[in-house]
Design a protein around this ligand. Structure first.
Ligand SMILES: Cc1cc2nc3c(=O)[nH]c(=O)nc-3n(C[C@H](O)[C@H](O)[C@H](O)COP(=O)(O)OP(=O)(O)OC[C@H]3O[C@@H](n4cnc5c(N)ncnc54)[C@H](O)[C@@H]3O)c2cc1C
Ligand SMILES: NC(=O)C1=CN([C@@H]2O[C@H](COP(=O)(O)OP(=O)(O)OC[C@H]3O[C@@H](n4cnc5c(N)ncnc54)[C@H](OP(=O)(O)O)[C@@H]3O)[C@@H](O)[C@H]2O)C=CC1
Ligand SMILES: C=C(O[C@H]1[C@H](O)[C@@H](CO)O[C@H](OP(=O)(O)OP(=O)(O)OC[C@H]2O[C@@H](n3ccc(=O)[nH]c3=O)[C@H](O)[C@@H]2O)[C@@H]1NC(C)=O)C(=O)O
Length: 302
C-alpha cells in the first residue's frame, strides 16, 4: 500500500521528511521527531496534500516558526505541516496587505514600517509567523493581530479554503477561533495606516528595546509560558513565590523574567514540564490562583 509520505513525494508538493526531530524547528530547541514532516511549496500544494492527509486519516498539525511550542521528547504522531518560504508572498493593494501564513511577522513589521505603514509596531521582537500570530492573536504593548486583521484565508480540515472576517475570528487575549476549529491560516489580509516613517520606526525600536531590557530574548525560550491571570501578572506572581532561577535538569525559570523558561543547553521537554507543574502548584498554594499555560504543549505523552 502507498504510504502518505510516498503520495506527497510522488506529487512533488514540497519537502517531505520522516522521523524529523522538531527541536530544529522550535525556539526552545526542544522536541522529539514528527512521524512525517511536510513543508509545502505553495498554498495549492498544501491544499492538494490536505486531500491525501484527510484520506489517510492521519492527524496533522500546522507549525510556523515554533516560537510558542513545547513539543514532547517522544515527538508527534502524524504529519507536522511547516509553513515557511512556500507561503511567504506579500501583495499590496493600497493600505491593504495580503501576506502568506509562513511570512515572518518581524520581517513584515520591518519591511512595512520602513515604508511608513503603521499598525505592526507592537510585533517588534515576536519571532513568529503571520499564521501563528493570527492563530494566537499575538500581541504586545497594548495591541494585537485583531487590531489589524481584515480577514484570514483558512484551509479547513476538510480540505476546503474558507475566508474568516475579523469578527468571525472571535479574537480575544491570545485567543482565536482557529484554536477550536483547527484550520490552517494560509493567508491574512491586514489593513495598516499610512503615517510618519520616523515616528513608526522609533516606536518599533522602543518596543524592541523594552523587550531586550525585560525578557531573555537571546536565550532559547518560547516567550511567556503562562497567560497573565489579569489583573495579576504571571511574572510577578512567580517572582513573588521565590521561584526565579529555579532549575529542573537543563530548564530554568529565567532570572530576568519569571514568566520565561529558558533552555540552558540540553533541556528536555520533561524538564520544562517539571517547572510548569512546580509553578502551578506554588501559585495555587500561595495565591489560590489557577494559572493557564500560554505555550502550546503538544506531542506524545511519556
Ligand atoms: C522570545 C519570544 C518572545 C515572544 N514574545 C511574544 C509577544 O510579545 N507576544 C505574543 O503574543 N507572543 C510572543 N511570543 C510567542 C510566539 O512568538 C507567538 O505566539 C507567535 O504568534 C507564534 O507564532 P509561530 O509561527 O511561531 O507559531 P508556532 O509556535 O509554530 O505555533 C503556535 C500555535 O499556532 C498554530 N499555528 C502555527 N501556524 C499556524 C497557521 N498558519 N495556521 C493555523 N495555526 C497555526 C500551531 O499549530 C500552534 O498551535 C514570543 C516567543 C518568543 C520565543
Ligand atoms: N529567545 C528565543 O528563543 C528567540 C528569540 N528570538 C528573537 O526574537 C526576535 C525576532 O526573531 P526572528 O523572528 O527570528 O526575527 P529576525 O530578526 O531574526 O528576522 C526574521 C526574518 O526577518 C527578516 N528581517 C529581519 N530584519 C530585517 C530587516 N531589517 N529588513 C528586512 N528583513 C528583515 C529576515 O529575513 P531574511 O532572511 O530575508 O533576511 C529574517 O529571516 C529577535 O530579536 C530574535 O533575537 C528569535 C528566535 C528565538
Ligand atoms: C512575551 C509575550 O508577551 C508579553 C509581551 O511581550 C509583554 C509586552 O507587551 O507584555 C506581556 O508580558 P508581561 O505581562 O510579563 O509584561 P512585563 O511588562 O514584562 O511585566 C508585567 C508586570 O510583571 C512584573 N514582573 C515581570 C517579570 C518578573 O520577573 N517579575 C515581575 O514582577 C513587571 O514588573 C510588571 O509590573 C506579554 N505576556 C503575556 C503573558 O501577556 C508572550 O505572549 O509570549
Amino acid at each position: 500500500m502507498t504510504t502518505l509520505a510516498e503520495q506527497l513525494r510522488a506529487e512533488n508538493l514540497g519537502k517531505v521528511l520522516e522521523n524529523e526531530p522538531l527541536k530544529h524547528y522550535t525556539t526552545l530547541k526542544i522536541g522529539g521527531p514528527a512521524d512525517l514532516f511536510f513543508e509545502p511549496d505553495s498554498t495549492d500544494s498544501l491544499k492538494k496534500a490536505m486531500r491525501y492527509i484527510k484520506d489517510s486519516g492521519v492527524p496533522f498539525r500546522a507549525i510556523g516558526r515554533g516560537s510558542n511550542l513545547l513539543v514532547s521528547d517522544e515527538g508527534i504522531e502524524g504529519v507536522v505541516i511547516k509553513l515557511g518560504d512556500g507561503l511567504d508572498e506579500l501583495v499590496q493593494n493600497g493600505d491593504e496587505f495580503t501576506v502568506g501564513g509562513g511570512y515572518s511577522i518581524v520581517k513584515l513589521a520591518t519591511v512595512l514600517s520602513r515604508q511608513g505603514y503603521s499598525g505592526l509596531e507592537f510585533s517588534a521582537g515576536i519571532p513568529g509567523s503571520v499564521g501563528g500570530a493570527v492563530f494566537m492573536n499575538a500581541g504586545a504593548h497594548g495591541s494585537d493581530m485583531s487590531k489589524i486583521l481584515k480577514k484570514a484565508l483558512v484551509l479547513m480540515p476538510d480540505g476546503e479554503l474558507k475566508w474568516y472576517t475579523n469578527e468571525e475570528m472571535e479574537f480575544s487575549y491570545r485567543t482565536s477561533i482557529l484554536q477550536k476549529t483547527g484550520g490552517i491560516c494560509v493567508e491574512a489580509v491586514l489593513v495598516l495606516e499610512k503615517g510618519d516613517r520616523e515616528t513608526i520606526m522609533a516606536e518599533l525600536k522602543k518596543n524592541k528595546d523594552y523587550r531586550r531590557n525585560t525578557q531573555p530574548w537571546n536565550h532559547p525560550c518560547c516567550g511567556s509560558v503562562f497567560r497573565n491571570p489579569l489583573p495579576n501578572y504571571a511574572g510577578q506572581l512567580i517572582e513573588s513565590s521565590g521561584l526565579k532561577g529555579t532549575t529542573v535538569g537543563g530548564a530554568q525559570i529565567s532570572d530576568m523574567h519569571a514568566n520565561f523558561i529558558v533552555n540552558t543547553g540540553d533541556a528536555k521537554a520533561a524538564d520544562v514540564l517539571g517547572l510548569i507543574s512546580l509553578i502551578k502548584k506554588k501559585i495555587k498554594e500561595l495565591h489560590n490562583i489557577d494559572i493557564e499555560t500560554e505555550v502550546e504543549i503538544i506531542g506524545r505523552k511519556s
